[in-house]
Design a protein around this ligand. Structure first.
Ligand SMILES: [Zn+2]
Length: 443
């Protein structure tokens, strides 16, 4: 009997570290390519969703598009006993703010919040964009279906809401449609400021921008590859923090990078058929996306995106030139692939929203000693903690040790100089918080 009990406990211990919550597989299976196809088609059929386009028509322009998105979130909410709080968040952007704002415009985002049961003020966000554009960024009248850029990200966000609204989470989940992206990232800027003003504790934003193209302009075809963009350290860090990095490390361990590693790991664990590539940069070379304004405000934020882009199918007037069909039209979107990347988002939102908060303070010691030492603060709701470490040249947290409900641990024989370290909280179901890079030194 005693022996059996011991084995039972051992299995609980294993479960805590293996992350095998079967609900995660249910979530992957519940994501529907058919519904994503239907939603991308609806969005593309609004003709144009340019930020400056018509807002009165019921069938064409960004007004009709955002009202439809809101009505979809309202429907999802009605299906889960009003589990979503759905509203518009808007800011007036004045003509001349930049060259792409050729008249005054209300930049209107659609927000759907699924309140957390235990930590209602902690938020993990998934976003896509409402707006689209053609060759001339100020052309708000020509047909601009924006099927991949970015009806795919918007449809994925709506579908994630459908699937996840069937569950209850400890932290809040926000499904977010942002506008004004192509005109200068205005929607993200507005929403980040709104979040600051409300005092929201944002865990991070997973921004989806173009998750539907599998055929690269260079001929590479893959329905398994995707990219996770993240900046190395927050632009809001202080001069003191910057100087400390020279001596204690952290050049590639900012909060957005930890979110990128989290998504990479969750994908590898539950969807091993996928090939996520972490790209160690804010975004594509010189280009923008809606996670950036959140980064600017000091929040963790990453961009999820296809790996193989086709530049003849983004930001283009619909036309045929030299035998090439230009334009971001429905025919080029692979809905099964958009489904996979939507599932990647959904399982990460769920894992993070089911996990306890990360420790706020992680201290590291072990200078001129043979073993590294870590201390952290106790987290309400954490069943235990996991110490992670990796070689300094590795992009992923390759080594880990679950240490149970302690607030300090020594890694015997692991010399502090030769690795980077971090600590995560582990919840009752084995879901883990983001890894926290040490933010204090002790001797
Ligand atoms: Zn774009």
């Amino acid at each position: 009997m005693k022996k059996l009990l011991f084995i039972g406990l051992l299995f609980i211990g294993l479960n805590l570290t293996a992350q095998t919550d079967s609900r995660i597989y249910d979530i992957i299976n519940a994501v529907s390519a058919e519904r994503i196809e239907s939603d991308i088609t609806t969005l593309a059929n609004f003709g144009t969703r340019h930020t400056l386009s018509d807002t009165i028509s019921e069938t064409r322009g960004i007004g009709a598009a955002r009202r439809w998105i809101k009505s979809e979130f309202d429907k999802i909410s009605a299906d889960c006993s009003n589990c979503l709080n759905v509203f518009y968040q808007k800011d007036l952007v004045k003509k001349g703010e930049n060259q792409r704002i050729v008249k005054d415009v209300w930049v209107v985002n659609v927000v759907a919040i699924q309140k957390g049961t235990k930590y209602p003020n902690r938020y993990i966000i998934m976003s896509g964009d409402i707006d689209s554009r053609v060759s001339d960024p100020t052309d708000f009248e020509s047909d601009s279906p924006g099927a991949n850029d970015n009806a795919s990200g918007m449809a994925g966000t709506i579908e994630a809401a459908r699937v996840l609204s069937k569950y209850k989470f400890e932290s809040s989940v926000i499904y977010l449609g942002l506008s004004g992206e192509e005109q200068g990232l205005f929607g993200g800027k507005g929403l980040a400021a709104f979040a600051k003003e409300k005092g929201w504790d944002i865990i991070g934003i997973i921004n989806n921008d173009m998750i539907g193209n599998i055929k690269g302009v260079d001929g590479v075809v893959s329905n398994r590859d995707f990219r996770i963009f993240s900046e190395p350290v927050p632009p809001t860090e202080t001069e003191r923090q910057r100087r400390a990095r020279r001596f204690y490390g952290g050049e590639v361990d900012g909060i957005s990078r930890q979110l990128a590693r989290y998504v990479h790991k969750t994908t590898k664990t539950y969807m091993p058929e996928m090939n996520p590539t972490m790209i160690y940069r804010l975004d594509r070379f010189g280009r923008g996306g809606h996670h950036r304004p959140f980064n600017d405000a000091g929040y963790a934020g990453i961009r999820i995106m296809e790996s193989h882009e086709n530049y003849t199918q983004q930001h283009q007037d619909i036309r045929v030139e030299n035998g090439i069909a230009y334009g971001d039209v429905l025919e080029h979107v692979n809905f099964e692939y958009a489904k996979k990347l939507t599932a990647v988002n959904a399982i990460n939102l769920a894992s993070i929203a089911w996990a306890p908060p990360a420790p706020e303070t992680v201290e590291i010691g072990g200078i001129v000693e043979p073993s590294a030492k870590l201390k952290w603060n106790k987290v309400d709701g954490a069943r235990g903690y996991k110490i992670y470490w990796r070689e300094t040249t590795s992009p992923t947290w390759d080594n880990s040790r679950y240490v149970g409900d302690l607030t300090e641990a020594t890694l015997d024989g692991i010399v502090i100089d030769n690795y980077f370290f971090g600590v995560a909280s582990v919840g009752a179901d084995g879901h883990e918080s983001m890894v926290v890079f040490p933010n204090k030194i002790f001797r």
